[in-house]
Design a protein around this ligand. Structure first.
Ligand code: CP
Ligand code: NVA
Length: 308
């Protein structure tokens, strides 16, 4: 069963195939209206369940549009409206959904929900973000980097801020795609050691550098994300802001990276907090290409899952 649960759990050859296929499919659609069907309709007669236990704009719309472009149908479900949110087990939900749909995408809190869904579903399951990881986002980010700058292998990526779920998937991707990653942020918000070790074991140079100016030196890509994620307690907001303010990505920090460095943010952003508007809207920024590429990358992921 081809589940897409995490980047480090997917074979490197398959990851490469997915990125290349996504780029091909993007090119093939150029100039077409968003609602036009792809020439081949690989998801014809397929039904896809999109389950959200947390809010979403990009993931929801890009998966829904992607399925429709490929000729399939979707149902968007909110976790709280399902029996899942009222005590039915994940295992039973997975077995029931597998009788109705061909593919399940789920955005949830605890990673255990995703893994249990995958264990008991008899159809492929895709991780649409958990508290711990966000692999679909980083597939789109790798695609976006390569579209602008060529192969990401051997490049230096700098993550500035909270070592959160998106950062974790960047670490997984570092190991699988062969790039280096420097994390700069406060020690209390370091990424999980397990993810650092995984990337190092695959040969990536993973550096923790507390000084953001030193960290971005020689960077090919600088990445920021929100300082307070959906799973973080709102009561921690002020403390996090105070700790993370020195790691804001602004024009002064970007000027220390390579002159042609890219800037990424998965969005949604809190403008002028984790990144300033002049950087987000400036010449280094590819944030809206990343958002668009969610569509293409996820279409390729779904095709890989369904082998169509
Ligand atoms: N980047 C991302 O996953 O955005 P949404 O929360 O809007 O889906
Ligand atoms: N780290 C953010 C990413 C949102 C797409 C969160 O989990 O809220």
């Amino acid at each position: 069963m081809n589940h897409f649960l995490d980047i480090h759990l997917t074979d490197t050859k398959d990851l490469r195939k997915i990125i290349d296929h996504a780029a091909e499919m993007k090119t093939a659609r150029q100039g077409r209206p968003r609602g036009a069907l792809d020439d081949d309709q690989p998801l014809k007669d397929r039904m896809v369940a999109l389950i959200f236990e947390k809010p979403s704009t990009r993931t929801r719309v890009s998966f829904d549009v992607g399925v429709r472009q490929m000729g399939g149908q979707t149902m968007v479900l909110s976790g709280s409206d399902m029996q899942l949110g009222h005590g039915e087990t994940i295992a039973d939900t997975a077995r029931v959904l597998s009788r109705y749909v061909d593919l399940i995408m789920i955005r949830t809190f605890d990673e255990a929900v995703l893994t249990e869904m995958a264990e008991f579903a008899t159809v492929p399951v895709i991780n649409g973000l958990t508290d711990r990881t966000h692999p679909c986002q980083i597939m789109a980010d790798v695609m976006t980097f390569e579209e602008h700058r060529g192969p990401i292998k051997g490049k230096k990526v700098v993550w500035s801020g909270d070592g959160n779920n998106v950062c974790a998937s960047f670490l997984h991707a570092a190991g699988q795609f062969g790039f280096d990653l420097t994390f700069t942020g406060p020690p209390t918000l370091d990424p999980e050691q397990e993810f650092i070790d995984l990337a190092r074991a695959k040969g990536s140079n993973i550096v923790i550098e507390r000084d953001p100016d030193k960290a971005v030196d020689g960077a090919d890509l600088v990445v920021a994300d929100t300082w307070v994620s959906m799973h973080d307690a709102q009561s921690a907001r002020e403390r996090r802001h105070n700790q993370l303010r020195p790691y804001q990505v602004n024009a002064a920090l970007m000027s220390k990276a390579k002159p042609d460095a890219l800037f990424m943010h998965c969005l949604p952003a809190h403008r002028d907090e984790e990144a300033t508007s002049d950087v987000m809207d400036g010449p280094h920024s590819v944030i809206f290409d990343e958002a668009e590429n969610r569509l293409h990358a996820q279409k390729a992921i779904m095709r890989w899952c369904l082998e169509v």
